[in-house]
Each structure stands twice: as structure tokens, then as C-alpha cells.
Design a binder for this molecule. Structure first.
Ligand code: SF4
Length: 371
């Protein structure tokens, strides 16, 4: 039986300032926030998660947030020693998220020493007016400075996050953002649409965003630009130079397993063909006192929906053998869904491979509802 690939997600729940569109588990860092205390709790959290984990290989590690690059490099020493003692880290992709415009970039050299080999920079846009509207603390030259500093620290695998469909954004502004991103020549670009999520300031007081027709046009033109610049689209919002697809996100989309540590971190773990979702206490103060996980078994119907929701994000879709390995069900269970989706021209099936059509990728939620 194939071992399900395992990743590790580490959550850092603070940022310098909360952005009005952000629904991640992130709070504004306070003068009395102890990063050292939090990192030492992460160490114990990881140790207790490892008690029941037999797998010794990690596909990827992702330090996300929040702004994990607010952690001084020296603070990560013990955590990375525990990881290196427990796991074989051969070809493991290790990413840290960073935001431009903060002193946290002085840590880049240290991160590299700990084996962090990928940096994800949250640029979002180069447009000064829109950066202000998004509540970001950086300006466009901070993005370039951050990128240059990362290259000087010998990061040769860098992602830049860029959004479109931003408040009052024109089509040419959206394309201009991509041109500026491409000019930096990162290995990976995540180009995704702004969504107004519940529990955010933007949800309560929505800004004026471009119409759906305009956003569709931005998407089509932007995609053309990215493809022409040598980036390959492998997921709805992810574009990579050859060989630089994100291993961490790909493991999520291929429905692999992951350990989640840190405040509010989610995990997915498979044992004896049973899939469990895990979730840590969301509030950082509570997490410092109690780092136990809530564990919930995923029932077989839910499992199929979750699998499809992830795997159909991939432009190349999935093989039916992957469905069998991850959901522990025979492929015939998927047949009614496949027939319904084929009839609506939302997927294609060739041999064992199920691929979303262009319409299927655009209407992913509707497609998965057919299951
Ligand atoms: S910097 Fe990122 S994680 Fe922090 S509040 Fe802004 S969008 Fe959220």
C-alpha cells in the first residue's frame, strides 16, 4: 500500500497590521507579544504531534500566517533541530511567507542557514493607491527591495502573491501588476482574485470592485501574459516556471496528508484508511495554554467532495487511481458524478484521467456540487 505523502504546516498568528480584506487567523502584534514563548510552544506542539506519526519523510514544510517572517531567524533554531532529527529532509521544499517593507528581511540569511529554501512574498499589487486601500504597510519599491534582498540571500525559488479584481482596479492596472511581477523574474507567481470574505472589514463595508465581466477579461489577458512569459498554469491561481510548482500546495491539491501546528492550524491525517481533520485552538493566547487538537473523522461522502474540491483545482485534474488511494473507495463510486459532469461539459475523461474543462475550472463549486 502506498504511503500517503506528508507535509508540515506551521502557523504564526501575528502581523504588523491587520489588512481589511484578510480572513486568515492573524492579529496585530502587540508590544507584549512574546515570539520566543510562542515558538517554544510550537516546539512542544510538534513533539506531541510526532508521538503518533510513523512517517519519516516530509514532502514540504510551510511557515504561514500571519507574517511568520516576523520570527527572528535565531528563534527557529530548536524547532528546525527537532524537525531535522525526526525527518529525512531529502528534497523537502521549505517555504516561509514574508511581507515586504518590514525589517523582517534581515532574517533571510538565517532562514537560508536553517534549510528554508523557498520564499513567498505577499506583494498583492504594485499600485500605490491600491496598496493603501488594501491597508498594506509596504509600497511598490519595498517589493523590489525585498525581492533583491532574497536573491542576495541566495533564494533561488521565490513566489510572489499578486491579486486582481481589486478596489477600483482597471484592466490595464491589473496587467501592469503582472508585468512588474514578471520583470522581477520569480520562479512562481500566485495570481488570485480578491474575494470579500465574511468577518472582514471589506465584507462589512464593501469597496467598489470591478464587474464580473471585467474580472474575467483581466483573468484571460493576465493568463496570456503569464504563459507568454514562460509560466505554466498548473492550478486555477498558480503559475510556475518549469520544475517550480509548489510541492506544498500540490500536496494539498492531490489530497496528501499534513500535520498542522500553531494557533488555528488545520491538519489532515490518514490512519488505517480513516481520514481525520485536526484543528488547533484559534486564539493565540488560548493556544499558548492548550495546544490540543480537535479531531474530526471525515465520513466517506464528505471525503469524496473534499477530494474533488482539491484535485479539480489542478489544471491536469487527477487519475482515478489517485481517487482510490486517497479516498479508499473503488472508482465506480465516482461514476454517477462523472456522468453528470460530462453531460454538462464540466470535465473530460481520457483513459484514467479526469480533467476539468475551462468551464469546469470557472464553475468549480457548481461542478463539485454534482457529486
Ligand atoms: S499581512 Fe497577510 S496575513 Fe497579515 S493581515 Fe495582511 S493579508 Fe492577513
Amino acid at each position: 500500500m502506498e504511503t500517503i505523502p506528508l507535509s508540515l504546516y506551521i502557523h504564526f498568528p501575528w502581523c504588523k497590521k491587520k489588512c481589511p480584506y484578510c480572513d486568515f487567523n492573524s492579529l496585530e502584534i502587540q508590544s507584549d507579544t512574546s515570539v520566543s514563548e510562542y515558538v517554544s510552544v510550537l516546539e512542544s506542539d510538534l513533539k506531541s504531534e510526532l508521538v503518533n506519526e510513523k512517517r519519516k519523510k516530509l514532502v514540504s514544510i510551510f511557515l504561514g500566517g500571519g507574517t511568520p517572517s516576523l520570527i527572528p531567524g535565531s528563534e527557529l533554531n530548536v524547532l528546525f533541530r527537532i524537525i531535522a532529527n525526526e525527518f529525512e529532509l531529502l528534497n523537502t521544499e521549505i517555504t516561509i511567507e514574508a511581507n515586504p517593507g518590514s525589517s523582517e528581511f534581515s532574517n533571510f540569511y538565517d532562514y537560508k542557514l536553517f534549510g528554508i529554501n523557498r520564499l513567498s512574498i505577499g506583494a498583492q499589487t504594485f499600485n500605490e493607491r491600491t496598496l493603501k486601500k488594501l491597508g498594506r504597510i509596504h509600497n511598490s519599491s519595498d517589493i523590489k527591495n525585498a525581492f533583491d534582498l532574497a536573491r542576495r540571500a541566495h533564494f533561488n525559488n521565490i513566489n510572489i502573491d499578486i491579486m486582481y479584481g481589486l478596489p477600483n482596479q482597471t484592466i490595464s492596472e491589473a496587467i501592469d501588476d503582472l508585468e512588474k511581477t514578471i520583470a522581477l523574474d520569480p520562479e512562481h507567481i500566485s495570481w488570485y482574485e480578491l474575494t470579500l470574505e465574511p468577518n472582514t472589514v471589506f465584507f462589512k463595508n464593501p469597496p467598489k470592485v470591478p464587474s464580473d465581466v471585467r474580472k474575467e477579461r483581466m483573468f484571460e489577458l493576465g493568463k496570456e501574459k503569464l504563459l507568454a512569459a514562460g509560466y505554466h498554469q498548473y492550478e486555477i491561481s498558480a503559475y510556475a516556471k518549469p520544475g517550480n510548482q509548489s510541492k506544498h500546495n500540490t500536496n494539498y491539491w492531490e489530497f496528501g496528508d499534513y500535520l498542522g501546528i500553531g494557533a488555528g492550524a488545520h491538519g489532515k491525517l490518514t490512519k488505517a484508511n480513516i481520514v481525520n481533520r485536526t484543528k488547533k485552538t484559534r486564539n493565540p493566547k488560548d493556544y499558548l495554554k492548550n495546544r490540543h487538537s480537535i479531531v474530526k473523522k471525515v465520513d466517506p461522502e464528505e471525503l469524496v467532495i473534499e477530494f474533488l474540491m482539491n484535485a479539480l483545482r489542478l489544471i491536469d485534474g487527477f487519475e482515478l487511481s489517485l481517487f482510490e488511494k486517497r479516498c479508499h473507495q473503488h472508482r465506480s463510486n465516482l461514476k454517477p458524478f462523472l456522468l453528470r459532469a460530462l453531460e454538462k461539459n464540466l470535465i473530460e475523461v481520457k483513459r484514467d484521467r479526469v480533467t476539468p474543462t475551462k468551464k469546469g475550472s470557472l464553475f468549480l463549486n457548481e461542478l463539485v456540487l454534482l457529486a
